[in-house]
Design a protein around this ligand. Structure first.
Ligand SMILES: C=C(O[C@@H]1C=C(C(=O)O)C=C[C@H]1O)C(=O)O
Length: 99
């Protein structure tokens, strides 16, 4: 490869990585905001003796996210695993509020 092609590849790689870093920041801030909301839900549930988990709501969210993922060219199985992972953590937080 020529020096020129190598320099162009390096510039392109940097551009992709800068974008990835910005997207990672969006993900982290988005998750932070989501957990703030779910913590509030957890306190509400503990105050009113409501169960930590709501499987019917979760099933709706998973179905919705699988649809969104397909539209967004994201593997729906991955989207489902990702949401289940987050929800499991939320339920763990809710259980802490209740103990
Ligand atoms: C946040 C809630 O609690 C749990 C966590 C959920 C979530 O992280 O989206 C969804 C359903 C519940 O199992 C809720 O009931 O809305």
């Amino acid at each position: 490869m020529t020096d020129d092609a190598t320099a162009r590849a390096a510039a392109l790689l940097k551009d992709h990585r800068d974008s990835i870093d910005r997207l990672d920041a969006i993900l982290v801030y988005t998750l932070g905001e989501r957990f703030k909301r779910t913590q509030a839900v957890g306190r509400l549930k503990a105050d009113h003796d409501l169960p930590a988990s709501d499987p019917a709501r979760e099933a709706q969210q998973i179905a919705r996210l699988e649809d969104l993922a397909t539209q967004a060219d994201l593997d729906p199985e991955f989207a489902k695993k990702f949401l289940n992972f987050i929800i499991a953590e939320v339920i763990r937080h809710h259980q802490k509020h209740q103990s």
